[in-house]
Design a protein around this ligand. Sequence first.
Ligand code: PBG
Length: 326
Amino acid sequence: MTLETPIQKKVSLHSSIRLRRLRSHSTLRQLIRDVVLVPQHFVLPLFIIAGKNIKNPIASMPGCYQFSLDQLTAEIKSIVNLNILAVMLFGIPDKKDAVGSSAWSSQGIIQQAISEIKNLAPQLLIITDLCFCEYTDHGHCGVLDASHGVDNDATLELLARQAVSHAKAGSDVIAPSGMMDGMVQAIRQGLDDEGFSQLPILSYAVKYASSFYGPFREAAQGTPQFGDRKSYQMDTANTSECLREVELDIQEGADMLMVKPAGAYLDIIYKIKQKFPAIPLAAYQVSGEYAMIKAAAQRGWLDENAVMLESLIAIKRAGANFIISY
Ligand code: PBG
């Protein structure tokens, strides 16, 4: 038989099941989708910088900026117009010190940003990232001990202080990201003692020591001045440890949990959602994930929108209820 020989007899299927039937009509395909992306399941991070008249493009995150307070009006308006319901705030203060004291100042950059955004869009949910790396002069996520490691328990008290100060300024959700042991308990206690027992905590429960945070550290000016974050953030190579982190945070009073980064950790998102289906789970598609898609698209190597949507659908398919991304 040569290739030119016409096909004499088609193979006849023995089963009447044809999965392609449901793929043939584009509307039908939409009807039977398991996973949909809707604006209300997204949280947009904003970088707020001290000073005036600043809208600094972040080189490695095209389309993202550092905003000073007076430049927020147009940005907040466009967020609201997109039907995005929530923002996550990161602050870049004008002065840093060893303990990050501007993080809990009532006149701190985040505290001011909360009231400014509440004025501009009272209905927008404000989630505040709670960490010290943007506020300390050494760039670590807590205070240092004598041997230059991060002192876990000394940091807890300061986290509680920072949380109460965010609460007083009007934050709607407190999101601790420093990966200190006991941080949720300390913050819950601090908030409850000051009358904020109704304020929810979104814990960055499962945060890996990831190289995908590179662009963010430029954006938030929080690069560690020495060493790395491997003594407090999780080891990329670990799987089951995520369940211990999550169990502890739930016990300590976390209302919602987060996995970070997202794309390279879909197995982790899946595992947590399977084990704890009832607790709302967020995933953070981080700066490096965003930058990779943008960079490839700029070179014409990938279809930006299609790849962006595909990466986000994958995160939801794995089990995330909502996504934080740029
Ligand atoms: C601060 C913090 C980081 C990110 C969010 N909160 C950086 C880090 O832990 O080094 C990264 C977010 C991103 O890369 O988009 N602790």
